[in-house]
Design a protein around this ligand. Structure first.
Ligand code: GRG
Length: 295
């Protein structure tokens, strides 16, 4: 295992331990809602957003403990979005994080409520942190996260994605969807972490910009991997009319050009980390891993 994998695993273990602490205790009846929330939260995600938030906080000289409530809140918001995205009314998926989706196990009604429960719990954790430590750092971080998750970020990305369902997309619409649906939460994680660590507004904006580039590159690679893994499974090239297909970077530009676009975005993010200096080495390595991945 290389150094980056070791560091990522350490972050994951740390985050999972703290997520347990920040989950609501089973004080209410019936227990099913607590089970449904925990089922998806502890289903083995990569914990990228909280990891980035904590690493950004440390990169600018902050203590990871300052970022903890916000990091856990980010993962809860991310998990809520996955539960809702998988619902029959949206993507209608049966599997997520290697297990049956929340609604397949608990039913649609409980899955909607489990997503809502995680979102509201995240808001309560952050509001609590702001209340106990009122400062521009805590309120600024909460603002960045709510902004990234809501109507100016992930949510509007999902709305536009749903709105154009089944219709061909222009490149600028597809870019809008990626910037918001996928990249806004990565942008928010890095910006919030930098704010909590005490970065100036200008430096926090650089973290945000790197996050946007990483997020879009990450999504383009996801689209590429989707096609290449299907090709591998089928053992042959597949043509666009054989797949029940959405517009992606791959359908618009082809695999090679899409790889080039992702690579360029990744390089731009890495330049930002280089400019920000030594403290950003982990984030730089993580960026390379996520945006040039072959896994
Ligand atoms: C329901 C408001 C609302 C939004 C849903 C996140 C999302 C928006 C949809 C999920 C579908 C999807 C493919 C989104 C792109 C972002 C993405 C690649 C999510 C998966 O993130 P990972 O790879 O997942 O970090 P893990 O499971 O590791 O946390």
């Amino acid at each position: 295992m290389n150094d980056l994998n070791k560091q990522m695993n350490q972050w994951i273990a740390y985050i999972e331990e703290k997520l347990e602490v920040f989950m609501p205790k089973q004080e209410q009846f019936p227990p099913v809602i607590f089970e449904a929330m925990a089922y998806s939260l502890f289903a083995g995600g990569k914990r990228l957003r909280p990891m980035m938030l904590l690493a950004a906080c440390e990169a600018v000289g902050g203590e990871k403990e300052e970022g903890l409530p916000f990091a856990c809140a980010m993962e809860m918001i991310h998990t809520y979005s996955l539960i809702h995205d998988d619902l029959p009314a949206m993507d209608n998926d049966d599997y997520r994080r290697g297990r049956l989706t929340n609604h397949k196990v608990f039913g649609e009604d409980m899955a909607i409520l489990a997503g809502d429960g995680l979102l509201h719990n995240a808001m309560e954790i952050m509001a609590d942190a702001c209340y106990h430590n009122p400062s521009k750092k805590t309120t600024g971080a909460m603002q960045a996260i709510a902004h990234g998750a809501g109507i100016h970020g992930m949510l509007i990305g999902q709305v536009v994605d749903v709105f154009y369902e089944g219709k061909p997309l222009e490149a600028n619409i597809l870019e809008f969807i990626h910037i918001n649906k996928t990249a806004a939460m990565i942008r928010a994680a890095l910006k919030a972490g930098a704010i909590l660590g005490g970065a100036t507004d200008t430096v926090a904006e650089s973290f945000a910009l790197a996050g946007e580039k990483i997020g879009v590159a990450f999504q383009i690679l996801d689209d590429i991997l989707d096609v290449t893994s299907t090709m591998e499974e089928l053992g042959k090239p597949i043509h666009s009319d054989e797949r029940n297909e959405k517009t992606t970077y791959v359908t618009l530009y082809g695999i090679e050009k899409s790889r080039e676009i992702a690579c360029k975005l990744s390089d731009e993010a890495i330049s930002i980390w280089n400019e920000l200096g030594e403290g950003c080495i982990f984030l730089k390595d993580l960026t390379e891993y996520l945006t040039k991945r072959t896994y």
